[in-house]
Design a protein around this ligand. Structure first.
Ligand code: NAD
Length: 486
């Protein structure tokens, strides 16, 4: 059952409808019809949303029977229809996600939905590979696995569901979602909309399913279900560990703590602007957002005022002490992560500042604090718009601190420098799935940078930016002595 009270559910419904410019005073049934909630606040069943894991898997299995062998043209039509529908719904889903989770900024969630919808690769990613020579021809093709079980986070609920669906279905699979309990309503609505788009394109119903009331137990049930061939897990360390304990192939997209190094050769104004934009994107809840800034001696004195000119509020020493008491449940020991107070994850900078008695406008996007190298903020994945800036003697020490404070997750890191040797040195040392030079780290997601987008970056299992090929089995055919035609 829902952990929300009926009053809270009603508030979410009203906020969603108000933001959609619709009347908040309509009948309960009409409002519920728009948000997909039943009397208890749980998602309505139907259009891919099921009451149990076995039912959701069985639905996906039926869809797969119809989908198997249906051909690439149908897949292309389905993905085109999904892209059209998700572009139409990007604002509504962003508003619903923001209202339900209380995390991030609705406007940034619109950008995220659009980014994955337009830049996640489709079936074109499965272009076969050919080798020909004196001994004939070999073709490698990309085959589906079957049913993929996907676990999604509360931080990017809709962008992850859209992204995972495009990747998994493009590769000819069906997907069963166990979403984060804190985003179950918007996620169920997203699953329904995806189903509708797939059926409109001529695809089978239930190619995308999920459970109405997801819990840790249903996540585990999905992970161990015998008909699930492959897992895609996006979340923190606990869920990654859980997936790697199963006997299935698991693609795991785990946590990060992305550092941004700024050296003495950097364009400091641009670095300041980029870090403010990157670290405040959706209030820092994205795993790739900058979470620590490390400067070479003398640079912070120029960088921090430039960050203030670009929309950051710089904390005074006594304000930092107050902030620590608010945002940490427990500060970490020196050079260790602390435990973050979840109530402040993903909140606006102005709300966090108000709690320590500082009044600023909502257009202040980031809180900046100068701290020592061993301060807990440097070592913690804070997931809120609070950016520690710490200084070291030289760029090699900066790279070393970046590598250690990222905990060698190998997830995401960035540098601002005009020295190509230094950029190369740090890229090698960090050994990350995403490394960005001279831009916000979101450029590595294809936002303002080149390349395709993914919101499941599978660092622990080495798959990197997930794409249709990630959810495919490579199969080859060799024709010995024939079909080389030259
Ligand atoms: P979370 O780990 O709390 O939850 C993620 C999902 O896992 C949810 O669906 C949750 O219900 C489930 N879950 C959690 N613990 C579980 C367990 N023990 N067994 C089974 N299921 C479990 O994470 P969150 O707060 O939703 O998301 C933030 C975290 O996810 C951050 O650490 C962030 O870096 C990471 N993340 C990584 C990526 C990536 O692409 N690498 C993308 C988004 C988020």
């Amino acid at each position: 059952m829902s952990s929300l009270s009926p009053e809270e559910i009603q508030r979410i419904i009203e906020r969603v409808n108000l933001r959609l410019g619709e009347s908040a005073g309509g009948s309960g049934a009409a409002l519920r019809g728009q948000t997909g909630l039943d009397e208890a606040g749980d998602a309505d069943l139907g259009e891919g949303v099921y009451g149990s894991v076995p039912d959701a898997v069985a639905g996906a299995a039926r869809a797969l029977t119809a989908f198997r062998g249906a051909g690439l043209d149908l897949r292309k039509r389905i993905i085109a229809s999904v892209r059209t529908a998700m572009l139409e719904q990007k604002e509504r889903l962003a508003e619903m996600a923001h209202a339900e989770t209380g995390l991030g900024r609705a406007a940034d969630k619109v950008v995220k939905n659009e980014l994955v919808t337009t830049k996640a690769p489709g079936p074109e990613d499965l272009e076969p590979q050919t080798a020909t020579g004196d001994r004939g021809m070999t073709v490698t093709e990309f085959a589906p696995f079957g049913i993929v079980g996907a676990i999604t986070p509360t931080t990017n609920p809709t962008s992850t569901i859209i992204n995972n669906t495009i990747s998994i279905v493009s590769a000819g699979n069906a997907v069963v979602f166990n979403v984060h309990p804190g985003a179950k309503q918007v996620s169920a609505e997203n699953i329904r909309l995806l189903n509708r788009a797939i059926v409109e394109a001529g695809g089978p119903p239930d190619l995308v399913t999920g459970v109405a009331v997801p819990t840790i137990e249903t996540a585990k049930e999905l992970m161990h279900h015998p008909d699930v061939r492959l897992l895609l897990v996006t979340g923190g360390p606990a869920v990654v560990r859980e997936a790697l304990k199963t006997d299935k192939r698991a693609v795991t997209a785990g946590p990060g703590n992305p550092p941004a190094v700024v050296d003495q050769t950097a364009d400091v104004d641009q670095a300041a602007r980029d870090i403010v934009l990157g670290a405040s994107f959706d209030n820092n809840v994205i795993c790739t957002d900058e979470k620590t800034t490390i400067t070479v001696r003398g640079v912070a004195d120029r960088l921090v005022p430039a960050m203030a000119r670009n929309g950051a509020y710089v904390l005074k020493e006594h304000e930092l002490r107050r902030l620590e008491r608010v945002i940490f449940r427990e500060m970490g020991a020196p050079s260790r992560p602390g435990s973050i107070e979840p109530a402040w994850v993903g909140k606006n900078a102005s709300a966090i500042l108000a709690e320590i008695g500082v009044r600023v406008d909502d257009d202040v996007r980031l809180i900046v604090a100068r701290v020592a190298n061993d301060h807990s903020l440097v070592w913690t994945e804070q997931m809120m718009p609070v950016m520690p800036v710490t200084e070291v003697t030289d760029v090699d020490t900066a790279i070393e601190l970046a590598r250690d404070s990222e905990h060698r997750f190998g997830h995401t890191a960035g540098i601002h420098s005009t020295n190509v040797d230094v950029i190369t040195r740090m890229a090698r040392a960090m050994n990350c799935s995403i490394f960005v030079a001279n831009g916000p780290t979101y450029s590595g997601l294809g936002h303002g940078g080149e390349g395709f987008c993914s919101f499941s970056i599978a660092t622990p299992t080495g798959d990197g930016m997930t794409r249709p090929r990630t959810f495919s089995r490579e199969r080859r055919i060799s024709l010995v002595g024939s079909l080389r035609i030259v």
